[in-house]
Design a protein around this ligand. Structure first.
Ligand code: SF4
Length: 472
């Protein structure tokens, strides 16, 4: 028995091998190359598309875009790693035709072209749409939190900053006292303690610098008029699920086409609350898909009656589980209270009529009450208060229609889960476990666009391969 024989490292092959021989015919890198070649980079807004007449020749933006898309597909996102990859990975050598830009040039491309990168990602969705890959009738919407480049230690509010400044002032006062004591002791000729003096002087200087830094942060917080601020990454916000610790993050929203599984629209927000993102995300998707009507499946976090009603007015049909939160609460079976749309009244279990009090709560709800509660036999079981109040949302009818849709087809929520959850897994894996590398909303949007473009290329190629196998 022997081992597989290898070739000598200095063996020359005939005919001489070229780089193209080392890249398989159906490699993803060829798709990236062909896709970028098909783009009109000037139209998408990339800078330096035309070479300058003077100065040192620069790299073509198409090559830099190729490198980034290929890098994100292979979980190589940092400019320093991409620089190394250009000289040691055969696919990168093939893609870049042996060009090896340095990391500063690579990073500058992503920094200088954030909007154009987002446009390139959108161009791939349009390409798939033109090829008939996207169904465009039913989509699933969801969001995920992606970590920003900042530590949780850099989150501070007005209270914490005031406490830190007061503590620093106390420390400075203590050091000044110690210096006075040392000076007194030395003046009386009892001791000479130059070492301690130097130590306290240095500590005071350091504490004063700290106090100045905290004061600057305090001013920045006041200027931005926010409750808390993430220092070093002021556009990120503390976000987290449930009682988990809140870390500086961004909220990545994605809309996935149910038929193709492609992410057709995405956006990055620096607001953790999903409940008012349903309408902008749905309308954005409708514009991308250029459709008259759209069905959007989503989860309870988006179940906001006002947003659902706004979507309905724009021919967008939403299906989401209703969150029985503060807006819809009433401690005894609200189902027993029947709303009559014609008279705008509610019939209670004691056959009394509850009428609108005319007051709107901060949740855009109307209170319905009746004075009959005081003499009602059912009152002990109905309310511990003077009278029972039913809160009905201004847009409750939209919520009721949505509930009816979900009851009519319970599989909608399963379709939502199976459609929208796994793209997050793949894009997060491509993004180092869901962490951005750049700072600022604009740069983060470019990073998200690259991750989603990489996901869409991967998914579209797999779908093409699968359909080709099925057809053969
Ligand atoms: S307490 Fe009021 S609301 Fe409740 S059943 Fe009696 S009349 Fe109706």
């Amino acid at each position: 028995m022997s081992f597989i024989a290898d070739d000598s490292r200095d063996q020359i092959s005939l005919p001489p091998a070229c780089i193209d021989d080392h890249v398989v015919a159906d490699a993803l890198v060829r798709v990236v190359d062909a896709f970028v070649a098909s783009l009109d980079l000037a139209e998408l807004g990339f800078g330096r598309v035309i070479a300058a007449a003077t100065g040192r020749p620069g790299y073509q933006p198409s090559d830099m875009l190729r490198l980034y898309i290929w890098g994100y597909l292979n979980q190589i996102r940092s400019s320093r790693h991409l620089e190394k990859t250009c000289v040691r990975d055969l696919e990168a050598l093939w893609l870049m035709r042996r060009l090896a830009p340095d990391y500063r040039t690579i990073a500058a491309f992503r920094h200088d072209n954030p909007e154009a990168i987002v446009a390139a990602s959108a161009a791939f969705v349009q390409f798939c749409r033109e090829q008939g890959l996207i169904g465009g009738r039913m989509v699933a919407l969801d969001g995920t939190k992606m970590r920003a480049v900042a530590s949780a230690k850099n989150i501070a509010g007005a209270e914490r900053l005031a406490r830190d400044i007061a503590h620093t002032e106390k420390e400075i006062a203590y050091c000044l006292d110690r210096l006075d004591i040392i000076d007194e002791t030395v003046a009386q000729g009892f001791a000479d303690q130059p070492l301690h003096r130097e130590g306290f002087t240095a500590a005071i200087a350091s504490l004063r610098r700290r106090k100045d830094r905290l004061a600057r942060r305090q001013q920045e917080l006041e200027r931005r008029d926010g409750k808390v601020l993430v220092f070093g990454e002021p556009e990120a916000k503390p976000m987290g699920y449930g009682r988990a610790p809140k870390t500086p993050s961004y909220n990545l929203q994605s809309v996935v086409d149910v038929e193709s599984g492609l992410i057709v629209h995405h956006e990055v927000y620096n607001d953790a609350n999903d409940s008012h993102l349903l309408h902008p995300m749905s309308v954005g998707t409708k514009e991308v898909l250029e459709v008259e009507t759209l069905q959007v499946l989503t989860d309870g976090g988006y179940s906001n009656a006002e947003e659902i009603a706004r979507c309905e007015r724009e021919h967008i049909e939403v299906a989401a589980p209703i969150k029985r939160g503060a807006m819809n609460t009433d401690h005894v079976r609200p189902a027993q209270f029947v709303y009559d749309e014609a008279s705008d009244t509610i019939r209670c279990p004691a056959a009394q009529t509850l009428r609108p009090s005319g007051l709107y709560t901060r949740n855009r709800a109307i209170r319905y009450r009746t004075s009959a509660c005081t003499s009602c036999a059912l009152k002990p079981r109905c309310t511990p208060g003077v009278q029972r109040t039913i809160h009905r949302l201004v847009d409750q009818s939209a919520l009721d229609r949505m509930e009816a849709r979900i009851h009519a087809d319970p599989s909608l929520m399963t379709i939502r889960r199976c459609t929208v959850e796994h793209p997050f897994g793949t894009t997060k894996r491509m993004s180092g476990g869901g962490r951005f590398l750049t700072r600022g909303l604009k740069a983060v949007k470019a990073e998200a666009a690259l991750s989603i473009l990489a996901f869409n290329i991967l998914h579209a190629v797999n779908a093409f391969r699968a359909s080709a196998i099925t057809q053969n």
